[in-house]
Design a protein around this ligand. Structure first.
Ligand code: S3P
Length: 169
């Protein structure tokens, strides 16, 4: 089973994915990290050298061309489900879990750790919340197509494993 974790930056996809994978005995792949390894640049560097359009094309290629093991948890970049046919591709090739959080919670989490996230580098305080609200409004129609929508606030690897078992996916 391939399980794709999606959600806004700061929603905890990587941390939760890693824990869930180790609980379930699955492998874990962080697609942002895969992309960085392939181009030998950080995402911030790639954005500044080649721009966002080139990044979106590359992340879609990395999503579709990565050789996945049989059982794997995959954490994806926050924008990935919202470009090209990436969401349909993930649903055709596995199950998609959306980790949902409010703009305020995301802003609190994202206030630190913005340096490595090119879309957030110049945003602070109220500007950051407004930016997150706008982006979430654009992205929600894509995110909400996930097979499972999980409340990120109280989510643990244990709970997510239970949900995955209950939904028998
Ligand atoms: C992005 C999210 C980032 C990374 C890039 C763009 C986005 O991943 O892919 O900076 O558009 O939301 P994380 O969600 O893992 O921070």
């Amino acid at each position: 089973m391939k399980i794709f974790l999606i959600g806004f930056m700061g929603s905890g996809k990587t941390t939760l994915g890693r824990k869930l994978a180790s609980k379930m005995g699955y492998e874990f792949i962080d697609l942002d990290h895969k992309l960085e390894q392939q181009v030998e640049l950080s995402i911030a560097e790639y954005f500044s050298f080649f721009g966002e359009d080139a990044f979106r094309k590359l992340e879609s290629t990395v999503l579709k061309k990565t050789p996945y093991p049989e059982n794997v948890i995959i954490s994806t970049g926050g924008g990935l489900p919202c470009y090209f046919d990436n969401m349909d591709w993930m649903k055709a090739n596995g199950k998609v879990v959306y980790i949902k959080l409010s703009p305020k919670t995301l802003a609190d989490r994202l206030e630190s750790g913005k340096e490595e996230r090119p879309l957030l580098q110049d945003k602070h305080g109220d500007d950051l919340i407004t930016f997150i609200q706008q982006k979430l409004t654009e992205r929600e129609p894509f995110y909400s197509q996930a097979n499972i929508i999980a409340d990120g606030l109280s989510l643990t690897a244990e709970k997510l494993e239970q949900v995955l078992q209950t939904k028998a996916i």
